[in-house]
Every structure is written in C-alpha cells, then in structure tokens.
Ligand binder design. Structure first.
Ligand code: DMJ
Length: 564
C-alpha cells in the first residue's frame, strides 16, 4: 500500500494516527446506529417512523386507513348483527319465560282455586271477594284471550269448557258494573272475536242484558253497583252524595258498542251515547272532568280531577272509541283532544329533578302525586299522538315518552313500583307514605312500555320490560303462584297473598306483546279494553274499499259483480 506523504508526519506516525481515527469513526458510527435503532423500539415509535419514512413509503398507511375504515364498518355491522341476534334471543327467552309464567300462574289457580275468582298463592286457596256479586271464575274469563294468544291451547280449552258448563249468570249479590263490564264482558267479547266460538257470544249477550237495569236513573248515568239477579242498583256507600264515578260510567263505551254490533240491538249503544251526550253538555271546570257525578241531577258532586283512580279509563275510552270506530267517531275525538288540552294546561307538571308527571287537581289546588294507575297515560298519549293537531303530534308523543320515563323512575329499588308516588318535599317519583308502598301486580307501567315500543321501537322499552320480568320472578313468585308485595322499598319482601286476575289478563299479556312482533294483534286492527282484552276495530269502509277496486264506471275489475 502506498501512503501519500503529508508534510511533517512520518510514515509510521501517520499509520498510528490513521488507525486511531479509524477506531474512533467506527465507534462513532456504531453509536449513531445504536441510537437510531433504539428509537424504533421506543413505545411511541410509530410517530418517529412516520417522520423517517419517505412519502412513498408512507402511502400504504393511507390505503391502510381505508382498509381500517372498511374493517371498522364490517366490525360495526357484525356487532349490530350480534345485537340483533341477542335481542332475538332475548325475545325468544322472554317469550319462553312469559309462557312459563302464565302457565305457572294458571296451573296454580287451577290446582288451588278453580272456579273461584282469584288465587291466594300463600294459603293456596281461592278468593271470591265482593266485586263480582255472585259471578265466579274471574281469573278464567280474564285468562281466555291471553292463553289463546300465547298458544296455550290445552289451558284455553279448559277455560272454554268451564265457561260453557259452569259460568252461571243467574247470580245474586253486589257486583260492580265497571268490574263486571271490563273483565267479564270484555273477556268474553275478546274470546268470541279471537276464536269465533258461539258459546262466548251467547254468554256475553246474556250478561249484557243483565247490566241494563243499572242505567235506570233520572239521567241515564248508571249507578256503580248492581244485583244481576234482581236488577236493583245503587251507588257505592263511599261515593259522596250517592254519586257515580267518572272512571266507572265512562268505561263502558267500547264493550257496549260491540254488544250492539253482535246483537243487532241498538240499546247498548244508546245507553253509552246518552252518557256521552250528558258529559258533552255539562259545564266543565277549566275544561276538566271531575270524578264524581250525581246520577239524579247530572251535576258534578266534587271538584276532584285525576288521571289515576276514579278518572283514568274515562280518558282512555275517549281516544279508544275514536280508534275503534275506524276514526269515524268525531265526537269522541273532539272530546279527547279538548280534555287533553285541559290536562296539559292544568295537570302536567315538571319536578325540580326534571321529571314530567300528572298531578291531581282539587278545586284548583294541585296535589303533586301520581298513582300507579295513572301510568297507563304514557300509552294513551302515545296512541293518540298521531291524530292530534299537526303542531301537537310530536308534543304528545314526547309527553307519552316523558310520562313513561317517570313511571319507570318510580320502579326502584326492587324494580317494582309503589301504588302512588310523589313530587313534593324533595320526593322525586317516590312513595312518601307507608300506606302507598305496595305493588299488587298492576300492569299500567308495562302497558305503557308495550305501546311505546310499538310506536317508537326504542329498545329501552324492552329493556325496562325485561327488568320487570326479572323483578316479578324475584319478588312476586312464590311456591303457589304470584303474589303482590306490601312494600316495594323493603329488602325482605312481604307478600299480600293475592294473585289478581288482571295479572293474567293484563300484566303478562302486555309483557308478551312487548316481546312479540307488531303483527300479533296489530294496533291498526285492535284496541285493548282497559283490562287488556282486544276488541276489533269496526271497519265501516269495506264498501269504499270494494268500490276502489272498481273501474271509474263502477264496473268491477274482473268484469264480475262484487259480492258484498
Ligand atoms: C284493571 O282492572 C284495569 O286496568 C282498570 O282500568 C284499572 N285497574 C286494574 C289494574 O290495575
């Protein structure tokens, strides 16, 4: 090797200096390589990689984002499908549970209380009570349509046979016109319309006739109590000044219209149209309907207004009369929406915590309390929203959702709700009195979940319904059936020993429908009476429909005459 000579440096000295430099440079480059290499292994190295990579190398990252986006969309779809599958599973599970629950309630009633009105599940015997006079089998009549809808056909046959062979309408005793109407007349009508079995029609027309004497008053407003054997009727002892109750005489319309339809006898319709005529005519304080009316003078007896007990189903039957008439009963429509205006102006309130509720009104003074019974109003407002004035439709649907939300809020901590809850002295949808803490298997909150589900398909309503199923199983199921509980706030529940007939007719049916497809008893074709018995909408426009199939010159499309 020839080294160039540099001035002042010997060859051997230069060689030594060169090798020192070489070692130093080698060391330096090793250090730099190590440092750069280490950078790539730092946890946040991705950012540095981006800086060090050229644009062309960076390109695949953009392609990767599109892929990522596609991948994310695919994952989201898969997740949605999983949720749908899960909710189908939950529906199947819910259906399965509800069938088991209905069967359990029915089997226990059959075993321990057959033919009596209700089951006492703790003492495992039957209860007759005083509401139905001499009538028996309230749980059987209330269960007929639920059993049929749930496809529990063996059990339905047992119920039908009992009606055929054992339902005795020639009974004496003090019976409530309202309760007999909503449970027996409603239950038999539904059973007839669903199954077409003539035995139900025969029985219900016979029973309808027996209720007519209750209307023999100076005004035609019926009294609350009737002896089905003798036809004598009188007012409830507890109702002030011999008055009749708004929710009682105002909850006959749907059933009586169908009695006239089935019998071709206008008398039933005339009786309820007469009630409506009087209510329409009479002066109403602030547009509101008080709960007590004299059947003698036709005047209000007290100024207590409520969408809870004593008032509730009167409002429900106004909108349902309109819907059941295939939206032809304009008078019912007008009365419903005017009543709603008055309710909005006078009863709808907002709590400090932001909950919307329906207060009670006592001669202008508000009682900031809502009964469990008033929770049906979520569903009622919901089904009535569509036919409200254009500018009110959304408001009514929102109000329906808000009331249902408030009622759900009252369902805590057992996930079952008290008989009444308050919004005063710091209370937010909680029962403040010991005497209002009980839950007797009532349906109203679940009823509103069912309607709101059908109207909005918001999954929260099914979630809330499922909470109720779990709570019923946990707190109300006992060895001998289902029982109400005395205190929804108590950690150790105490049972009231009563399986109400409306648990079978309403609570379990509404839960079952909540988890069913909308075409099981579609709201376009059926209305539910206040005991959840489905009654068909009376379609009057079939002639128009037939005509619409004809050519303009009225010649039938197929050239043949249309049989009507
Ligand atoms: C049912 O008999 C009916 O829903 C009625 O309109 C009110 N009370 C019970 C259920 O809570």
């Amino acid at each position: 090797m020839v080294f160039r000579k540099f001035p002042g440096v010997s060859a051997s000295g230069m060689g030594l200096r060169l090798s020192q430099k070489f070692v130093f440079l080698l060391f330096l480059s090793g250090l730099v390589t190590l440092c750069l290499g280490a950078l790539f292994f730092l946890p946040d190295s991705a950012r540095l990689k981006r800086i060090f990579l050229s644009k062309t190398e960076a390109q695949p990252v953009t392609v990767g984002s599109e892929n990522d986006a596609r991948e994310q969309a695919r994952k989201a779809d898969a997740a949605a499908a999983r949720v749908r599958a899960l909710s189908r599973k939950l529906n199947l599970k819910a259906h399965f549970c509800l069938l088991q629950m209905m069967k359990f309630a029915w089997d226990n009633y059959k075993h321990y209380a057959w033919g009596k009105n209700e089951l006492r599940p703790l003492t495992r015997n039957g209860h007759i009570g005083t509401m139905f006079g001499g009538l028996r089998g309230a749980s059987i009549i209330d269960s007929l349509d639920t059993l049929y809808i749930m496809d529990l056909l063996e059990e339905y046959e047992e119920a039908k046979d009992w009606v055929e062979n054992n339902l005795d309408l020639n009974s004496n005793g003090e019976s409530s016109l309202f309760e007999v109407n909503i449970r027996y007349v409603g239950g038999l009508l539904s059973a007839y319309y669903l199954t077409g079995n003539e035995v139900f029609k025969k029985k219900v027309l016979e029973l309808g006739e027996k209720l007519l004497p209750a209307f023999n008053t100076p005004t035609g407003i019926p009294r609350g109590v009737i002896n089905l054997g003798s036809g004598t009727s009188w007012s409830w002892g507890w109702a002030s000044a011999g008055s009749s109750i708004l929710a009682e005489f105002g909850t006959l319309h749907l059933e009586f219209v169908h009695l006239s339809e089935l019998s071709n006898n206008p008398v039933f319709r005339e009786k309820v149209m007469n009630i409506r005529k009087l209510l329409n005519k009479i002066e109403k304080p602030h547009g509101l309907y008080p709960n007590f009316l004299s059947p003698v003078t036709g005047n209000w007896v007290q100024h207590h207004v409520s969408l809870g007990g004593l008032g509730d189903s009167f409002y429900e039957y106004l909108i349902k009369s309109y819907l059941m008439s295939d939206k032809t009963d304009e008078e019912a429509k007008k009365m419903y929406y005017s009543a709603l205006e008055a309710i909005e102006a006078n009863l709808v309130q907002q709590s400090p915590g932001g909950l919307t509720y329906l207060a009670e009104w006592r001669g202008g003074i508000l009682d900031h309390k809502m009964g469990h019974l008033a929770c049906f109003a979520g569903g009622m407002l919901g089904i009535g929203a569509e036919d409200g004035a254009p500018e009110k439709k959304q408001r009514y649907l929102d109000l329906a959702g808000e009331i249902t939300h408030t009622c759900h809020e009252s369902y805590t901590p057992t996930k079952l709700g008290p008989e009444a809850f308050r919004f005063d002295a710091g209370a937010e949808a909680t029962a403040t009195r010991l005497s209002e803490r009980y839950y007797i298997l009532r349906p109203e909150v679940i009823e509103s979940y069912m309607y709101m589900w059908r109207l909005t398909h918001d999954p929260k309503y099914r979630e809330w319904g499922w909470e109720a199923v779990e709570a019923l199983e946990k707190h109300c199921r006992v060895e001998g059936g289902y029982s109400g509980i005395r205190d929804v706030y108590a950690s150790a529940v105490s049972h009231d020993n009563m399986q109400q007939s409306f648990f079978l007719s309403e609570t379990l049916k509404y839960l079952y429908l909540l988890f069913s497809d909308d075409d099981l008893l579609p709201l376009q074709d059926w209305v539910f009476n206040t005991e959840a018995h489905p009654l068909p909408i009376i379609h009057r426009n079939c002639l128009q429909r037939q005509n619409s199939l004809q050519k303009p010159d009225k010649t039938p499309i197929d050239g043949k005459s249309v049989a009507i």
